[in-house]
Design a protein around this ligand. Structure first.
Ligand code: SF4
Length: 293
């Protein structure tokens, strides 16, 4: 339990760590802001906060400093059949951006054993802080290929990338060969775009995730990093985007005997070829609809 200062009232109150201070968790969020201010502002046992309420009482900086609930779990040797036996992390669900169309349905990580594991990470039952994650990464042998986020996204709540926290991962990765993907918006958010570009230039590969091939063209034109895209299930192994960029379907979807540990294409930050992931799994229909939009 951490404590929050309420300078307007001269109070210090307990805040439960790890819970996002967003609209749907405030004690009186359903009552509207005026009542929310009264209840949150004067309750000595407030556990969670409406963000605007908290900002009102404590200021933006204080609110931002509390918004660090990211927890990341490291599996040193993944049992994920697709990645193969490499280190793989899972980040808590509040890192997922609203910009990802799979957030409301269709995400492969929301079913099966991975979903159970991800829930535990998101509920702080598993995993650790960013600082511990950085130590774990630095303990990898030099040249180690590892995948960040079999579920979850880059540091930062929702659509925003926390560039400082991302830099912590980038620094820890020096000499190792980490890679990941992001659905956080880079077309419309320049800070996100610059953070991704800098990480790719600094040896930590971040693939920009596209919803379909037209989107892939737009992301590729940003030149912030390599691009992957959802593609319809019937897509040929080699394909082309509307603007003529070459793509290939993930080799692990083409052959059962290939894993990320063997392939490592997603780790190559200077790659121009777009990697397509065919819609599959329990939410195939939703993913298919997004990929063909
Ligand atoms: S393209 Fe290669 S590295 Fe990327 S997800 Fe597929 S198998 Fe893994």
């Amino acid at each position: 339990m951490s404590r929050a200062n309420l300078p307007a009232l001269g109070l210090t109150i307990p805040i439960r760590q790890g819970l996002p201070i967003s609209g749907n968790v405030c004690l009186s969020a359903r009552q509207g802001l005026p009542l929310c201010l009264v209840l949150c502002g004067f309750s000595l046992v407030a556990m969670t906060w409406h963000r605007s309420c908290y900002v009102m009482w404590c200021g933006n900086q204080a609110a931002n400093s509390l918004e660090k609930p990211m927890t990341t779990h490291l599996s040193p040797i993944s049992s994920n059949v697709k990645t193969g036996p490499i280190p793989v992390t899972t980040s808590s669900a509040e890192t997922c951006p609203d910009a990802c169309p799979l957030k409301v349905g269709g995400c492969y990580a929301k079913s099966g054993p991975l979903a159970m594991h991800w829930n535990k990470v998101s509920n702080n039952e598993r995993g650790a802080s960013l600082e511990i994650l950085a130590k774990q990464i630095r303990a990898f042998p030099r040249g180690q290929v590892w995948r960040h986020n079999q579920a979850g996204d880059l540091p930062g709540i929702g659509d925003d990338i926390n560039a400082d926290e991302l830099q912590t991962i980038v620094n820890a990765n020096k000499g190792r060969r980490g890679f990941t993907y992001t659905h956080k918006p880079c077309e419309t958010n320049e800070q996100n775009r610059e953070a991704v570009k800098a990480a790719n230039a600094d040896g930590f590969t971040i693939n920009l995730s596209a919803n379909n091939l037209a989107h892939a063209d737009r992301l590729a034109s940003l030149q912030a990093g390599p691009v992957v895209s959802m593609v319809p299930s019937g897509t040929a192994n080699t394909f082309y985007t509307p603007q003529g960029r070459k793509g290939i379907v993930c080799p692990a979807q083409q052959r059962d005997d290939i894993t990320c540990a063997d392939c490592q294409l997603c780790q190559r930050s200077n790659r121009s070829v777009i990697i397509g992931f065919r819609a599959h799994g329990t939410s195939k229909r939703k993913a298919e609809a997004i990929a063909t939009a």
